[in-house]
Design a binder for this molecule. Structure first.
Ligand code: ZN
Length: 335
């Protein structure tokens, strides 16, 4: 009983920070958009432990080492000059393939490390996934998961790719079909990318060949439209965002992270923070599961410190499968 009350309290606490106007939108739109409770996956702690054992072990390990776990909502409010010595700011990037294990990750977190311990960045309406034949079904899965998190007072925010959004809006961009190598040559000749403690700068050295000034001038409008869609669907305002490591060639040349952290874009106040921004990485170190590091199974390999941890729930189902496919063959396999 106390447990339920606590959750309602957290819901209330979350709501009072939202402006009155958003509350009006929330109350108008929530009725039609909120999926039935039956759509949510009911998963017990025991089931989650059995089905995502590596993550259960990882969380228990760091809890035993005395770590504090925060979501990004807690991080942005914290005094950055007095962060806990042992800190993990936990972030999940949730692609469609991640959703089943994301439900399990959430149950493990609430039982092992407690409330407000992770932010889920969900990839709703990612172009070109939106073009897929079964996207309506996928979209329903994303929304069900997002509303489940909201109903449990878990921080849920967008995982976005500004480059993909831009190319979807401007499909006649002249360099859209150029290879990564060609784009890299153009970038090296015509642009300098630098960063200070807060922002990135993407500066044309002479001619703005790739039309970056156009990109940066329309990006705030694209983000604003996305945020309106997000708020209409979820009934909660966008607070933070996590840039997706898109495979579109331009993203390997000028990444989504610098794009979202150019002063001109950041100053429009469409979000409070991007999770890979210079201001975050000045304070905490980034660790992620992209290449299936061995510390997934052996968390004692991670030295004490203050971290942002990026966890993709699906990756923790079977990291070895990926290593067998993509890691260089070990010595024992060579003759
Ligand atoms: Zn991603």
């Amino acid at each position: 009983m106390k447990f339920r009350h606590f959750k309602y309290y957290m819901n209330f606490k979350y709501l009072i920070i939202i402006s009155t106007s958003v509350l009006v939108i929330y109350s108008c739109q929530n009725e039609s958009n909120k999926p039935a409770k039956d759509d949510f996956q009911e998963i017990s702690f025991e089931q989650a432990q059995e089905e995502l054992p590596l993550y259960a072990n990882f969380l228990q390990h760091f809890k035993d080492r005395g770590y504090t776990f925060w979501d990004f909502h807690t991080y942005i409010q914290a005094d950055k000059s007095a962060l806990p010595e042992k800190l993990i700011v936990l972030r999940h990037d949730v692609h469609h393939r991640d959703i089943p294990s994301a439900y399990r990750a959430k149950v493990l977190e609430e039982n092992i490390i407690g409330f407000q311990s992770a932010t889920y960045y969900v990839m709703l309406d990612f172009y070109p996934e939106t073009l897929e034949k079964d996207y309506d079904d996928k979209r329903a899965d994303y929304l069900n998961f997002m509303h489940y998190l909201k109903s449990e007072a878990v921080d849920v925010q967008p995982h976005t790719s500004p480059w993909d959004d831009y190319l979807a809006a401007y499909p006649h961009t002249w360099w859209i079909d150029l290879s990564e190598d060609s784009l890299k040559a153009i970038k090296n000749t015509y642009y300098s990318i630098t960063q200070n403690t807060e922002f990135y700068q993407i500066t044309p050295k002479s001619i703005d060949t790739l039309g970056i000034n156009h990109v940066l001038s329309v990006l705030p409008g694209l983000i604003e439209s996305y945020n309106i869609m997000w708020e209409n669907e979820l009934g909660l305002k966008v607070e933070t965002v996590a840039a997706h490591g898109s495979s579109t060639p331009i993203n390997h040349v000028i990444n989504n992270v610098p794009l979202l952290n150019v002063e001109q874009v950041r100053n429009v106040n469409l979000f409070v923070l991007e999770t890979s921004s210079p201001e975050v990485f000045q304070k905490i170190k980034f660790i992620h599961d992209n290449n299936r590091p061995l510390w997934i199974e052996n968390p004692e390999q991670i030295e004490d410190g203050q971290y942002e941890l990026l966890m993709h729930p699906q990756v923790w189902e079977n990291p070895q499968e990926y290593r067998d496919l993509y890691w260089p063959k070990s010595k024992s396999n060579e003759y």
